[in-house]
Ligand binder design. Structure first.
Ligand code: FES
Length: 190
């Protein structure tokens, strides 16, 4: 009996149900538009929030020093009483990557330890009373002036100020050395 009913149903042609179009009420339309508007408002708000946060972070980074004192990129403090005499050999401050030297003409100088040619670490050569670079042979006077070799300029320095009986060396601000051609220590032609 059930098999007969199933066969009868299967043999009938399929008739699709009629399409019923339900028109939205004005309230539904208004609600849909409101949702779209709300979404855009929230999206704009979120974008603005991100922008404000990024600007705040950038200003914070600008206003507050990124480097601590005693760390390369920050300030180094040397008591005036510890300043070497004008004829003493330079003192290496490896944490700050500079040589501290006291000069007759320019007072204390902080010489960046990196050669101005291709960036090797030059050395103090006491027997010659000058700095010498082991890489390509550039030479610099005790005051950091170019003497000879392929380096294009004298040694770079860091600015020094004096505060409350101390020298303050700012290793975050490099001052490029003068061109080799104007160096007062340049070797006379042989
Ligand atoms: S890196 Fe010093 S002379 Fe070349």
């Amino acid at each position: 009996m059930a098999d007969n009913q199933a066969e009868a149903v299967a043999s009938q042609p399929f008739v699709a149900p009629p399409m019923v179009y339900v028109e939205e009420t004005p309230e539904q339309k208004a609600r849909k538009q409101m949702n779209r508007r709300e979404f855009l408002t929230y999206a704009w708000g979120a974008a603005l929030g991100v922008l404000v946060l990024e600007t705040g972070a950038a200003m914070f980074g600008f206003m507050y020093p990124r480097f601590k004192a005693g760390e390369f990129g920050g300030n180094f403090f040397v008591p005036l009483s510890a300043l070497p005499s004008t004829d003493a050999p330079p003192q290496a401050e490896t944490a700050g990557k500079f040589w501290l030297v006291n000069t007759v003409d320019d007072g204390p100088k902080a010489l960046y330890m990196v050669c101005t040619h291709l960036g090797c670490l030059y050395k103090w050569e006491p027997s010659n009373n000058r700095f010498e670079c082991p890489c390509h042979g550039s030479k610099f006077s005790r005051e950091g002036f170019y003497i000879e070799g392929p380096a294009p300029r004298s040694l770079d320095t860091f600015p020094i100020t004096e505060e409350a009986g101390q020298l303050v060396i700012n290793t975050g601000k490099k001052i490029l050395g003068e061109p080799a051609t104007v160096s007062p220590a340049v070797a006379a032609p042989a």
